[in-house]
Design a protein around this ligand. Sequence first.
Ligand SMILES: [Zn+2]
Length: 140
Amino acid sequence: VTHITDPARSALMKSVKQRNTVPEVLVRRILFSLGLRFRLHRADLPGSPDIVLSTKNAVIFVHGCFWHRHPSCKLASNPKSNLVFWEDKFEKNIARDRKKAAQLRRLGWRVLTVWECETRRPEKLKRRLAKFFCASLEHV
Ligand SMILES: [Zn+2]
């Protein structure tokens, strides 16, 4: 990656999977408020999911909209330069996400993706999570 410009390189460095991001912490807080318990970053599972709810047989990935290409999302705008480089990078990210989710499903896990932009509307996200995890919505 020596041919890419400095802004692209610094963004590339940021693409290294970050843990305990602001959106991730918010999702955890909501789950906790719903009475759900979980573990974090289980390296023994494909893709090392951000949040694992063993009793619900479920995993959650909290995805940044830009890196994971949230469809029709404002946060997933196209970079202005080095488009070929970025498109290649994005395609690989998307392919990797799909592969990991498929592997997890084969192992019997339910896979939920929470997008970064969803964490900007916590009440709505809470309803979505409650629907996914709780038989009833009594906690909401
Ligand atoms: Zn988004």
